[in-house]
Ligand binder design. Structure first.
Ligand code: ATP
Ligand code: MN
Ligand code: MN
Length: 300
């Protein structure tokens, strides 16, 4: 298996060169994980994280008071985010607004300094934000759906994508679900991409109405898996592979090979420590072929 060619170079800056305020402040109270542990984690997994994150608008989940109710999402840039954190002006309904993006580890660590725990990139790059290069099927199970059933659903999404000529790659969300991610050659705009994803999810729900649904209604979800296609819209995000989650236990969103899925016990199977070990041990990219893929979105 070949390593992907677009991997970022090794970090030039190390934590010792970046000023981290309150490094010993505990940010995961239940787990005793400090701000410095978060920074060290992101530095350790940078080789794998950066290709997922750089040159894309990102939403940040910031937790200045640690993991808890006061965490908030931020998508707009502010100078206070620090050096190495960049702004890209994007059109919103009310006019242009500056969105956040980073180019390197320095930017990631500046955001960690600003108490970012989670990174949520767009499925498009800053040089062409209106044309996605990846789609995400976000599988959201009702409470009572067994993990084996969720894995089965992910494989069914994979097989049905394969039927229309699309390869896909799985990711543990680090929360309750799984993401099936599809790289596409840039071309279709968000409206076209979203229409494809909606039709795809709708077809699965129509064929297996007892297992799947394609509408967000929590009330109707009992026993079923919501195939969340709404991640595929302009301005929507999905958690980055290798991002920590701001939840008890410090779980991580982890990219897998399809073959790995059988052995994984839960969507939050990896935490800050085991994900870091996994990153260090990886000989080749679990998403080998993803970045090189040139597959086209089929017409509906
Ligand atoms: P889980 O497996 O528990 O569903 P998830 O990351 O898939 O974890 P979802 O609630 O399904 O979480 O949301 C999917 C994605 O939508 C998130 O990863 C995030 O990028 C985005 N998102 C969800 N809620 C918000 C929010 N309040 N503000 C901004 N983005 C959000
Ligand atoms: Mn989800
Ligand atoms: Mn969702």
């Amino acid at each position: 298996v070949r390593l992907r060619e677009d991997l970022a170079p090794p970090p030039e800056k190390t934590m010792s060169e970046t000023k981290l305020s309150s490094p010993d402040r505990v940010v995961y109270p239940r787990d005793g994980i400090r701000k410095r542990d978060v920074a060290d984690y992101y530095e350790a997994v940078a080789r794998w994280l950066l290709p997922e994150l750089i040159e894309r608008p990102i939403s940040l989940l910031r937790c200045p008071d640690g993991v808890g109710d006061s965490c908030f999402f931020q998508k707009h840039h502010a100078d206070s985010l620090g050096e190495g954190v960049h702004a890209v002006a994007l059109e919103e309904s009310k006019g242009p607004a500056d969105y956040v993006y980073v180019k390197d580890l320095r930017g990631v660590l500046a955001l960690v300094q600003m108490n970012t725990l989670e990174f949520h990139p767009w499925g498009a790059k800053i040089d062409d934000v209106d044309r996605p290069d990846r789609l995400v099927f976000d599988l959201d199970p009702a409470e009572d759906v067994p993990w084996t059933e969720l894995k089965r659903a992910a494989r069914e999404v994979r097989d049905r994508l394969q039927d229309v000529g699309l390869d896909s790659w799985p990711r543990l969300s680090g929360g309750k679900g799984l993401h099936v991610v599809v790289p596409i050659r840039r071309g279709p705009d968000w409206t076209e991409a979203k229409a494809f994803c909606e039709a795809f999810a709708q077809a699965m729900a129509t064929q297996s109405p007892l297992r799947y649904l394609a509408t967000a209604s929590k009330a109707k979800r009992a026993g079923r898996i919501f195939i969340d296609w709404l991640r595929n819209a302009r301005g929507a995000t999905s958690v980055a592979s290798w991002s920590l989650r701001a939840r008890a236990g410090a779980p991580v969103a982890v990219p897998l090979r399809w073959e790995d899925l059988a052995r994984v016990a839960a969507p939050a199977a990896f935490d800050i420590a085991s994900a870091q070990r996994r990153a260090a041990r990886l000989r080749c990219d679990p998403w080998a072929g993803f970045a090189q893929s040139k597959q086209r979105l089929p017409s509906l």
